[in-house]
Ligand binder design. Structure first.
Ligand SMILES: N[C@@H](CCC(=O)N[C@@H](CS)C(=O)NCC(=O)O)C(=O)O
Length: 221
């Protein structure tokens, strides 16, 4: 555990893309936090331990604790942080831009990520009896479909700037960088997505994105 003199505690796993989104958001907003690792594989998964289950009965990281409040769901956490700690907003000022940021973030958090989540993949190869090859094909299919749609969406969009929406990082960028990290981890070639890669490069210039990288976390293996 990395202790900080702050009310914010992030229950977290270094490789989790959902947790990675929140680490980026906390960094962009300059908010210190205590890092509590929750190992998703060890001993059947620490997300099922009673202490964690009491915080999140869905058994998923991340959970952000702020005093006596526990918030799960990475996008709800990021919106909570923006509401409670408004400095360095991660949602833009106009309704149109806010809708666009949410649209992009949700397309990753709802339409790409869940299909490749640990428990889904375990169910495929466990009860459904899928082979490792079938699992790899599943991952490549859903990642490829989702990222190609995102590339087409961003490539034609006039609100895109250095970042997904405009020239400041938003919640959409907090999702994009972990999604590309996950795609590469699963062995995908992402070179066919130049708009995504250009935004990722702009993000990676910022310390908040660099410091949130899975390899830099205390529980990194
Ligand atoms: N929609 C949730 C997804 C959370 C989620 O799926 N977390 C994954 C890690 S990225 C997890 O805890 N998986 C544990 C498991 O599948 O057992 C969010 O955005 O926070």
């Amino acid at each position: 555990m990395r202790e900080m003199n702050t009310p914010l505690v992030l229950h977290n796993y270094f490789r989790s893309s959902s947790a990675y989104r929140v680490r980026i958001a906390l960094g962009l907003k300059g908010l210190p936090y205590t890092y509590v690792p929750v190992h998703l594989g060890r001993d059947g998964g620490e997300q099922f331990r009673p202490a964690f289950s009491a915080r999140n009965p869905h058994h998923l990281v991340p959970v952000l604790s702020d005093g006596d409040l526990d918030v799960s769901q990475s996008l709800a956490i990021i919106e909570y942080l923006d509401d409670a700690y408004p400095e360095q907003p991660l949602l833009p000022g106009t309704p149109r831009e806010r809708a666009r940021v949410r649209q992009l973030a949700l397309s990753m958090a709802c339409d790409i990520h869940p299909l490749n989540n640990l428990r889904v993949l375990k169910y495929l190869t466990g009860p459904l009896g899928a082979s490792e090859e079938a699992k790899a094909a599943w991952i490549a299919h859903w990642h490829g479909l989702g990222l190609a749609a995102l590339e087409a969406d961003l490539a034609r969009d006039a609100t895109r700037g250095r970042f997904c929406v405009g020239d400041s990082p938003t919640m959409a960028d907090c999702c994009l960088v972990p999604q590309l990290f996950a795609a590469r981890r699963f062995g995908m070639d992402v070179s066919a997505f130049p708009a995504l890669l250009a935004i990722e490069a702009a993000c990676q210039e910022l310390p908040a994105f660099q410091q949130a990288h899975p390899a830099r976390q205390p529980d990194s293996e």
